[in-house]
Structures are given as C-alpha cells and as structure tokens.
Design a binder for this molecule. Structure first.
Ligand SMILES: [Zn+2]
Ligand SMILES: [Zn+2]
Ligand SMILES: [Zn+2]
Length: 125
C-alpha cells in the first residue's frame, strides 16, 4: 500500500515535470491512463502544493491548473508570485518569468497571488 502510494506520487511528479505548461487535473488524469484514481490524484496534487513542489493557479475559466515549482522557493517571493498566461486557443496555462509587483495596503495581509493574463500564445498566434 505504501509502495503504491509512492509510485503514484512519482508518476504524477513525472507528468508535471515533463510538461512545460501548467496542467489541469483532468489533463493530468488523462496522462495517468487510469493508473491512479481521481481522489488520489487530487490528494497528491494538494500535497505537492503544501510541500512546495508544485503550485496551483485558479484561472478565469474556473479550472485549477498545477505547475511544477521552478525558483518559486525564493523567500523574497510569495508562493506563486508570478504571472500566468492562459491561451484561449490551446487552453493551456504557462508560468511567466515576470514577478507580480504590488503594494500591500496598510493592515492588509496578502497570503496568495493569483494573476492570470489571458490571450493567445506564440504557438497559436
Ligand atoms: Zn511554484
Ligand atoms: Zn496557445
Ligand atoms: Zn506558475
């Protein structure tokens, strides 16, 4: 049971690592080809987000997309403190290198940043 759990985690991790774009849970599930059930994938993805391995983006299409963290662990950044780009043609989300800059209103605490730019990517242009 323990071993299967590790195998499932490794499979989800490799799927995410092999994608240059953020993936929706549905897309990840399709890639597992039925090897892992939906609830387990959900649990693994949330675990990855808690552990700082991946981060999630909630896009304006209402879907949640997951991406592997690259340089997201910089302590000067909030988790997920970068822009994301959603292509309306191929329905993908990409992590953009630009850090989101903002000023924090007095007495407000910011816990998350969820910035999504919407348009057409270079591949679909
Ligand atoms: Zn991240
Ligand atoms: Zn596109
Ligand atoms: Zn990202």
């Amino acid at each position: 049971m323990k071993r299967r759990n590790t195998e499932s985690k490794e499979l989800v991790l490799s799927i995410l690592s092999n994608s240059t774009k953020a993936m929706s849970q549905d897309a990840i599930e399709r890639k597992t080809e039925g090897k892992i059930d939906r609830a387990t994938i959900y649990r693994i993805l949330n675990r990855f987000c808690e552990d700082g391995i991946a981060h999630k983006v909630v896009a304006d299409d209402g879907k949640r997309y997951f991406a592997i963290c690259v340089k997201c662990d910089d302590p000067s950044n909030l988790p997920n403190n970068h822009f994301h780009f959603r292509c309306t043609e191929c329905e993908t989300i990409e992590c953009m290198p630009e850090i989101v800059k903002y000023s924090q209103p007095e007495n407000y605490t910011i816990k998350k940043v969820n910035c999504v730019l919407i348009g057409v990517c270079s591949e679909c242009a």
